[in-house]
Design a binder for this molecule. Structure first.
Ligand code: PMP
Length: 417
């Protein structure tokens, strides 16, 4: 790594106060970014400023303080629309996160378009939040869930797709990047195949939004769901993007204040998009914080900084792809044939070792890594195991931290095996 590159990465780290902490007398090595990323100062400052000074309910009042809160809230919608290249900001719905976004579509879309005997196609690498909402919807409307399988290396079994896209399938809900396997899935091919059968596609973008430039217009996806807290934002905030034609026709998900036109005891008309899907007081401060969060994410992708971040992430991917399988007993999951489709997220299982035990030893070394099923039990079952250990990296993580992780892992396994 050249001096300038190092300087740029150090500048990024300095923006994240949480990284400067120590645990058990060791410098924190935070490797659970796929669960929640840390927040830069710009996001923390906006949260603090709004909580202290601009705390007034949005959209409702005729006084200046409420106007200010509304402006910040709506500015974040514009920022989100621009970040994913949505053609209309009204097609960006604020939710509490990916889970809420997928539940919204599963519930509302199925009520309008899915009936008895129909099918919902999901991908086998799905997080529980792209499985259970569809099961709830399917059982409510008499539909069936079908699954696009994954191969041993974690890639989608695309050869199985044509036979699965039967005329009964009313929607495909697919994972952009799995939180266990860390592979950028061929979503463009999936969307093209589904659209050729007139089937809309929802993408679970919880990890995709962080690691890919998402352009919903170019992708032509029908829905895209993501959470703010994985991309430097606040918890309890997320986005559902949908094409206008679906959002217009789908019934509201929740009823309440702010989502109505006129209300009588006999009949209610609904507000236009996006408010039709934003019943009740939204998490307006968290949602407003999406603007500086996405601004920070854009900064990490642009110019010299973008090049340095990309190079650093590539070096981490190459190092861990080589180092992890060399450790005795370690099996690494999610190795695409084309290595450029691997994000810096590594899930392993060690024969004879409980992933939680390894994570606890790593914690004593200051290393925060995730263990367990990672809300993807069917992925664990696919490989015949009950848990994995995951290290997921963000642009503020360094190659040196990847090396510390490997050293720590070796130490932990020496104690446990
Ligand atoms: N899908 C994927 C792929 C995820 O990684 C996650 C979070 N781990 C979710 C959905 C759910 O996101 P949230 O908990 O923020 O709603």
């Amino acid at each position: 790594m050249c001096a300038l590159q190092k300087e740029n990465l150090e500048r990024i780290r300095a923006d994240f106060p949480a990284l400067a902490q120590q645990f058990w007398g060791k410098q924190l090595v935070y490797l659970d970014n796929a669960a929640t990323s840390q927040k830069p100062k710009s996001v923390l400052e906006l949260l603090n400023r709004m909580n202290s000074l601009t705390n007034a309910n949005v959209h409702r009042a005729m006084y200046t303080l409420s106007d200010r809160a509304t402006e910040l809230y709506e500015a974040a919608r514009t920022a989100a629309a621009s970040f994913i290249n949505a053609s209309e900001r009204e097609c960006v719905i604020f939710t509490s996160g990916t889970t809420a976004s997928i539940n919204l579509v599963a519930s509302s879309f199925s009520r309008r378009y899915i009936g008895k005997g129909d099918k919902i196609l999901i991908t086998a690498d799905s997080h529980h939040s792209n499985i259970v909402p569809w099961q709830l919807a399917a059982s409510a409307c008499g539909a069936e869930i079908v699954v696009l399988p994954i191969k041993d290396n974690g890639e989608w079994e695309m050869e199985a797709l044509p036979a699965l896209l039967s005329k009964e399938v009313k929607i495909v809900a697919a994972t952009h990047i799995s939180n266990v396997l860390g592979i950028v899935n061929p979503v463009e091919k999936l969307i093209e195949a589904a659209h050729s059968c007139n089937i809309p596609v929802l993408l679970d973008g919880a990890q995709g939004i962080v690691h890919q430039k998402v352009d919903v217009k170019a992708l032509d996806c029908d829905f895209y769901a993501f959470s703010a807290h994985k991309i430097y934002g606040e918890t309890g905030s997320g986005v559902l993007y949908g094409k206008r034609k679906w959002l217009e026709e789908m019934p509201p998900y929740m009823g309440g204040g702010d989502m109505v036109g006129t209300v009588t005891f006999q009949k209610t008309t609904y507000a236009p998009l996006p408010l039709k899907f934003e019943a009740g007081t939204p998490n307006f401060i968290a949602n407003a914080a999406l603007a500086p969060a996405l601004e920070y994410a854009s900064l990490l992708r642009k110019g010299e900084m973008g090049r340095d971040v990309a190079e650093s992430e590539r070096a981490i991917v190459e190092y861990l792809l080589e180092a992890l399988p060399k450790i005795n007993g370690v099996r690494l999951y999610g190795i695409p044939a084309d290595i450029s489709r691997k994000i810096p997220l590594f899930s392993i299982n060690v024969q004879g070792c409980n992933s939680g035990d390894i994570a606890q030893i790593l914690d004593k070394l200051g290393i925060a890594a995730r263990s367990g099923m990672m809300c993807a039990e069917p992925v664990m079952s696919r490989y015949g195991i009950t848990g994995m250990l995951r290290a997921s990296f963000a642009p503020y993580n360094t190659l040196q931290e990847a090396e510390l992780y490997v050293e720590g892992l070796k130490r932990a396994l020496a104690m446990l095996l």
